[in-house]
Design a protein around this ligand. Structure first.
Ligand SMILES: Cc1cc2nc3c(=O)[nH]c(=O)nc-3n(C[C@H](O)[C@H](O)[C@H](O)COP(=O)(O)OP(=O)(O)OC[C@H]3O[C@@H](n4cnc5c(N)ncnc54)[C@H](O)[C@@H]3O)c2cc1C
Length: 474
């Protein structure tokens, strides 16, 4: 019997687990996929929002502000790249009033450093800004972070501090047991806990229903992206937004924490979860992005992807004890700015649960994750030093991103361990470069086989039945 079971290993579930381990609690995270960051936390804009967008007084506004404030320290502890590059919301002729309203909402929400800049200053800040942009709302507290890197690191830190992770555990029913709940997985596995936290993203309405709670609905809205090569890294410094509309924050253009340029997302209502990308989506992105910047180097697009926003019919985050069911806490309907808010949401949920269970502080909690070597970013001297200690760091496996065998081995031996090609990719960037794994995939494939003693036809791209080859021997 665990004290707490968290359902869902996205960024919200990962931060709930990490924050729960700051208390004297036994924690398990149950995730239906074969790895963490399988849902919205894997495919989003990676923006740490300043907090001027959410309606004043909403939970979104509250947790956005708090999450933004915490992000720097959290990323330092977890060894995750985070940059406060600042954001700019552009306005054309006749849009000054809307821009002013956004500025005032930001002030009301408590965002610091906001100011409106004119065309001249804007052009100095962003030389490639579109001609139509006359002024902009500048938010120096806006930032960028790698979303799946943050999720993996938060879960890893929770695990290093004793949290358990059960991947491949799709919760399909829940029944009362003495002192708590027993969760049943589609695989037949079970686990029991005194309290359950629902962090299931798009699945959170279904998870609530397992407990007889039908107090909210979750809808799906797809967002497609185009990712430009790192060689375009200097094209834009700030995160560039247009004015928000009823459909959301719209298409944006931003540097990523790893030095690429990201353009998107679209906004497409879905009947069900679907992460395919469409040609019309790219046309839409191109047309809207050109209102932000001129001469965007779209020819340098190296990949495209889509993420699905899980929004609630309450149009705000749902962060509360279930009224229908004792012992169930929801952190649901977490659409944007959920990535930004995750550290604050985790801290709040953990405090509620710890108080309920009367748990004290965990005096042995270590917030610092074992630092990873990002070989590419080391100096030659540092590289030589690492190679002298760990010769596997002297062998490059992914040439585009300069990822070494040492980094790949570490990704399989560090919590939460990578077990698939995508798992290695998300942790090390092997396969994320210009050739999109054309060169390094066979190498990574062999490393996975030898680490886990797998047959060739047992290696998967992302778990389940996503086998890379069928039958035969290599
Ligand atoms: C296109 C897009 C752009 C965005 N941009 C930003 C941004 O720039 N900045 C920002 O702050 N936020 C952004 N967001 C929002 C942010 O990505 C989400 O708020 C955040 O990732 C939600 O995390 P989560 O853990 O709640 O959900 P998820 O990451 O979806 O995790 C939920 C997990 O629950 C698991 N699960 C579901 N059902 C079950 C079950 N029955 N049993 C076990 N496990 C289950 C799923 O497999 C999944 O791994 C964006 C979102 C999208 C889609």
């Amino acid at each position: 019997m665990y004290d707490v079971a968290v359902i869902g290993a996205g960024v919200v579930g990962a931060f709930c687990a990490r924050e729960l381990k700051k208390y004297d609690l036994d924690v398990v995270v149950a995730e239906s996929a074969d790895d963490v960051a399988a849902g919205a936390s894997r495919a989003n804009s990676g923006i740490v929002h300043a907090g001027f967008d959410a309606p004043a007084g909403s939970l979104k506004a509250k947790f956005n502000l708090e999450g933004n404030r915490l992000m720097e320290e959290v990323c330092r502890e977890l060894g995750v790249k985070f940059y406060r590059n600042g954001s700019l919301v552009l306005a054309g002729k006749g849009q000054e009033e809307q821009l002013r309203a956004l500025f005032e909402r930001g002030i009301q929400n408590g965002v610091t450093g906001l100011r409106i800049v004119g065309r001249e200053e804007l052009a100095a800040m962003e030389p490639n800004v579109a001609e139509g942009a006359q002024s902009a709302l500048y938010a120096p507290t806006g930032g960028i972070v790698c979303p799946y890197g943050l999720t993996i690191a938060a879960m890893g830190n929770a695990m290093d501090n004793g949290a358990a992770l059960e991947c491949g555990f799709k919760a399909v029913s829940a029944e009362r047991c003495k002192g708590g709940w027993t969760l049943h997985a589609a695989s037949g596995k079970t686990l029991s806990a005194r309290i359950v936290i629902n962090c299931a993203g798009y699945g959170s309405e279904q998870v609530a229903a397992l407990f007889g709670d039908s107090s909210f609905r979750i809808g799906a809205r797809k967002g497609e992206y185009m990712l430009l090569d790192r060689s375009c890294g200097g094209f834009v410094r700030h995160t560039m937004f247009s004015l928000p509309t009823a459909a959301g924050k719209g298409v944006l253009l931003t540097p990523t924490a790893d030095g690429n340029v990201l353009v998107g997302p679209t906004s497409v209502e879905q009947a069900e979860y679907d992460t395919s990308v469409r040609r019309e989506g790219f046309d839409d992105i191109r047309a809207k992005a050109c209102l932000l910047m001129k001469d965007i180097p779209f020819s340098q697009t190296i990949t495209s992807f889509a993420g699905v926003r899980a929004y609630s019919d309450r149009h705000d985050f749902i962060v509360e004890w279930s009224a229908a069911c004792e012992g169930l806490f929801h952190v649901a309907g977490i659409e944007s700015p959920g990535l930004t808010s995750a550290p604050a949401l985790g801290a709040y949920a953990a405090k509620q649960v710890a108080e309920k269970l009367g748990a004290g502080k965990n005096s042995t909690f270590d917030p610092v994750r074992r630092p990873q070597h990002w070989f590419r970013s080391l100096t030659d001297e540092e590289k030589n030093e690492v190679i002298a200690r760990r010769p596997e760091y002297g062998k490059i496996v992914c040439r585009c991103e300069e990822v070494t065998l040492g980094e790949i081995v570490d990704a399989m031996r560090t919590n939460p361990p990578a077990r698939t090609l995508d798992g290695i990719k998300l942790r090390t960037r092997a396969g994320m470069g210009r050739c999109q794994s054309g060169f390094c995939q066979p190498g990574v494939f062999d490393i996975l086989r030898s680490e886990y003693g797998l047959q060739a036809d047992e290696v998967t791209k992302n778990g389940g039945k996503s086998f890379v080859i069928a039958g035969g021997e290599l």
